[in-house]
Design a protein around this ligand. Structure first.
Ligand code: AMP
Ligand code: ZN
Length: 116
């Protein structure tokens, strides 16, 4: 049995505010948005993180990135966005299913990472 939260969202077993779906990826609004636009794009198949990908994953990784501008523009961030992929413990990844955060809105997102 797969206990992965995002696998369950991809399968429709847990509800989400879906904004996009194709054969490789699905995108939905983050449940705790950090900016006016905060969308997550995930592979439909389980990939734990960017530390767990191989050459065979290149089509899905390409789709994850190539769809980002369209999703940002369609959801209120046409003039750019911040894409973030938190990876593993050091990267602060909380959900162990690869996901791209798309952050944006009418105002600039702000500094990438704050100085200590
Ligand atoms: P990360 O820290 O990069 O693993 O980000 C995980 C993200 O998943 C956080 O921004 C959470 O707010 C978001 N999240 C957790 N559970 C859900 C859910 N059920 N639906 C949508 N987003 C979620
Ligand atoms: Zn998963």
């Amino acid at each position: 049995m797969n206990d992965c939260l995002f696998c369950k969202i991809a399968a429709g077993d847990i509800p989400s505010r879906k904004v996009y779906e194709d054969e490789l990826v699905i995108a939905f609004h983050d449940i705790r948005p950090l900016r006016p636009v905060h969308i997550l794009v995930i592979p439909k198949k389980h990939i734990t993180s960017l530390a767990h990908v191989g050459a065979a994953d290149e089509p899905v990784l390409g789709r994850l990135l190539s769809i980002a501008q369209k999703l940002a523009a369609e959801n209120g961030s046409a003039d750019g966005f911040r894409g973030i992929i938190n990876t593993g413990r050091i990267g602060g990844q909380e959900v162990p299913h690869l996901h791209l955060h798309i952050l944006g809105g009418p105002e600039p997102v702000g500094p990438m990472v704050k100085h200590d």
